[in-house]
Design a protein around this ligand. Structure first.
Ligand SMILES: NC(=O)c1ccc[n+]([C@@H]2O[C@H](COP(=O)([O-])OP(=O)(O)OC[C@H]3O[C@@H](n4cnc5c(N)ncnc54)[C@H](O)[C@@H]3O)[C@@H](O)[C@H]2O)c1
Length: 335
């Protein structure tokens, strides 16, 4: 069986997911697209055999020919489309963030809980990266003892002109927050943020770098270095320190070249290059699960927790104080 997918929002990542579905993965075809920029939707549909263009996301979700939906529009629009998919009983892959406010995420949790089954997967692709999966397996086997600390670094060469300081937390470090919860298998309960000396390569309106410090429910510490103008490439680092060992991400270069008294390997240009296989695996697993009428991967609860933790980190950035994270009680559906 082939899964008929409708895509809402065909900007950068929407188009990348369409490329994936049509050229890389198996078991799905894109039958409908929509975008507030209808010309963009038309241009994208023109490259796809037989894809319909809908005037808006609600019409696309209501299309009987659409089995499942990808939401890749701007963050503040996600809630409306995810709620409509839940109401229609359709599986939905929602790019992060699930929604931009705690209240919006809670409305999604309420709707999905009421529906009585999981319908939402959130696009936290790091969980599908070979390196992070191997780290999680190492921790789960008990090879390094109980985890005590997770050091994460998220370094971007540069950021686009529309990027503002809040995005360091909401758009960039949200991935570190999610992977910390995934690796350590616990919730984050408090946040602090400190500002190192400014990087002179950063635009004047940016507070770069930032150092985020989180406490988990079982007393572990997570630190995240966010550097968004590091110049040399896209560099993702991660190390978990356990009671009797450590596990860390290896360099991501496929090969190392040794010559002339030195050695070198390629550093990815950006997240698309670094996580290309993770994105492929993420979406293939969603297609397979949706085809079987199941849900998989990061849930609405994971999307909710990430949004609430980032809100606390932003409050900590503004106040300079330690800010507690308060999550509602986890519904049975997500346990
Ligand atoms: N998982 C990841 O690593 C990752 C990476 C990049 C982006 N994202 C997320 O994907 C989403 C899109 O990001 P992007 O970089 O592709 O942005 P983008 O601006 O390139 O594309 C967004 C598209 O959505 C359209 N749009 C806006 N409002 C809409 C609405 N109400 N209905 C239909 N279409 C609408 C815009 O016209 C645009 O074409 C964001 O939520 C972003 O955070 C996730």
């Amino acid at each position: 069986m082939t899964l008929n997918v409708g895509v809402i929002g065909v900007g950068m990542i929407g188009q990348d997911h369409i490329r994936r579905l049509t050229q890389v993965l198996s078991g799905a075809r894109v039958v409908a697209v929509t975008d507030v920029d209808l010309n963009r939707a038309k241009a994208v549909a023109g490259e796809l055999a037989g894809a319909r263009i809908h005037e808006n996301g609600q019409d696309l979700i209501g299309d009987d020919d659409v089995d499942a939906v990808i939401v890749a529009s701007w963050g503040p629009t996600h809630e409306e489309y995810v709620l409509a998919c839940i109401a229609a009983g359709k599986q939905v892959f929602c790019e992060k963030p699930l929604a931009t406010t705690r209240e919006a995420c809670e409305r999604i949790l309420d709707a999905e809980t009421k529906a009585g089954r999981r319908l939402v997967m959130v696009g936290f692709m790091r969980r599908y990266d070979d390196g992070y999966r191997a780290m999680k397996d190492t921790i789960a086997r008990g090879d390094i003892g109980a985890p005590l600390m997770f050091h994460s670094a998220h370094r971007n060469a540069t950021v686009p002109g529309h990027y503002v300081s809040d995005m360091i937390v909401n758009d960039t470090c949200v991935h570190d927050v999610d992977i910390a919860r995934f690796l350590l298998d616990t919730e984050i309960v408090a946040a602090r943020v400190v500002k190192p000396r400014r990087n002179s390569n950063a635009a004047d309106h940016l507070t770069d770098p930032l150092f985020l410090l989180f406490e988990t429910a079982d007393g572990a510490i997570v630190d995240v270095e966010a550097s968004i103008n590091i110049q040399f490439g896209y560099d993702i680092r991660g190390e978990v320190v356990g009671e009797s060992g450590t596990v860390e991400l290896a360099e991501s270069a496929a090969v190392l070249v040794k010559r002339a008294g030195g050695y070198a390997g390629r550093i990815p240009e950006d997240w698309r290059e670094r996580f290309v296989r993770a994105y492929d695996r993420e979406l293939q697993e969603w297609v397979d699960a949706a085809t079987a009428g199941r849900s998989t991967g990061p849930s609405s609860w994971d999307g909710y927790a990430a949004t609430v933790v980032c809100d606390s980190a932003l409050a900590a950035l503004r106040s300079g104080e330690r800010v507690e994270v308060s999550l509602r009680e986890q519904p049975e559906l997500y346990r």
